[in-house]
Design a protein around this ligand. Sequence first.
Ligand code: 2DT
Ligand code: MG
Length: 211
Amino acid sequence: MATDRNRGALIIIEGGDRTGKSTQSKMLVDALLADGKQAELVKFPDRTTPIGKLAGSYLQKTLDLEDHAIHLIFSANRWEKVPSIIERLENGITLVVDRYAFSGVAYTSAKRGFDIEWCKQSDTGIPAPDLVIYLTLPVDQATSRDQYGTERYESTQFQKRAVENFEKLMTKNWTTLDASQSIDAIHQQMKDLTTEIMQQVGTRSIEKLWV
Ligand code: 2DT
Ligand code: MG
């Protein structure tokens, strides 16, 4: 990586189901592009790869997998993207990532018998985010936004446990936004936060998560 060239920022969007992550992630990338910035959207799980297809089938309940095994599949789905994530960041492209290892840990550790430390192991060392934007909404409100579908984990009880786990993973580079605000108000705050971080990352090296 040329030392005089600014890298892109790694921005993660996290939160429980129905908090607006996907809507906001897309809006953010579009706004950055409209400003002439280099930006791309990344989504986990990426259900298009061979590994991601296993995760997709598991979520759609056409495939049953042992709980540790599916956790490792979600992690592997991130690891397979690490080279292209690093390459794009080094080439000055900011990545807006809709779910990341925090979802991996928060959802698996909502299952009985899983502790957070075990869940973090398999994602330890993937690129660390420059910023995590965490969208919060009381689970009951999220549920009433739209009926839950039939995918795995789409139940109020499970979501409540996952949300509690997200809160255990928060560090100082997380910013919490109230997802009950209007779409435009949230978008504006996300845009401001992202623009600021993009200016700050400069030539700083990409850190490793949980190392
Ligand atoms: P979407 O509805 O956003 O596609 O999410 N999940 C996700 C995990 O259990 N582990 C992971 O590592 C990731 C990224 C959260 C699909 C569901 O998959 C869960 C919701
Ligand atoms: Mg979903």
